[in-house]
Design a binder for this molecule. Structure first.
Ligand SMILES: [Zn+2]
Length: 102
């Protein structure tokens, strides 16, 4: 038996998502990304970040919301980890930044 083929136009694979790449420029992707970010504050975090969800529920920031395929891409694009949902990554980023300063 072969797996049933989903009807055209109905599967998530048919939907294209806009992700931000390592160069900070948006591109169309079949996957929805694993990390969310805010274009203005240059912070990235989990998709279910309480801080981000609160902002979205308040009606702000949605237009500035961006998505990345993974954390490495977000970092290369110049974003920093969110202190709320990624405390470990945030601490590491903070320590690294302090070390880089003269
Ligand atoms: Zn967060």
């Amino acid at each position: 038996m072969t797996a049933p083929v989903p009807p055209p136009g109905d599967g998530p694979e048919r939907r294209l998502h806009t992700l931000v790449g390592r160069d900070g420029l948006p591109y169309r992707s079949l996957s929805s990304g694993t990390v969310g970010g805010h274009r203005r504050t240059r912070v990235y975090g989990r998709l279910d970040c309480p801080s981000a969800l609160r902002a979205i529920a308040g009606g702000h920031c949605v237009t500035h919301r961006v998505f990345f395929a993974d954390e490495a891409t977000a970092v290369e694009a110049g974003y920093r980890p969110c202190a709320v949902c990624l405390p470990t990554e945030y601490a590491r980023w903070k320590a690294a930044r302090r070390a880089a300063r003269p």
